[in-house]
Design a protein around this ligand. Sequence first.
Ligand code: 5GP
Ligand code: ZN
Length: 114
Amino acid sequence: MSECLFCAIAAGDIPADVVHSDDDAVAFRDIAPQAPLHVLVIPRAHHANAAALAAEDAALAGRLMALAGRIAADAGVADDGYRVVTNTGDNAGQSVHHVHFHVLGGRGFAWPPG
Ligand code: 5GP
Ligand code: ZN
């Protein structure tokens, strides 16, 4: 099994509540949801963070952004508004070093973030 948690989820080695799966992306519900909608969008390929993903496969980065928008729309939160977040590095609290985009919706969000 992969040592990377999200590689293992993408491979199906660790179960997840998957809401979307295709050739190069998987989206699944966060195990500790911070909003009524909290889905993580990941590429199947391992990239450490968003900057690495964009540098290594910009087209894939674009497809993941489009997928995040579709997930929000399909969940019915697009009209009221939602948030897409990617944490990079220790100061931002990144805990899994396989790029992932949090899609959060279904409630209001403060700005600036904590
Ligand atoms: P980060 O802190 O790196 O921005 O986000 C990592 C996210 O992964 C957290 O929101 C955390 O709750 C979620 N997470 C950690 N382990 C698992 C897991 O095994 N399954 C799922 N579905 N989410 C996880
Ligand atoms: Zn990985």
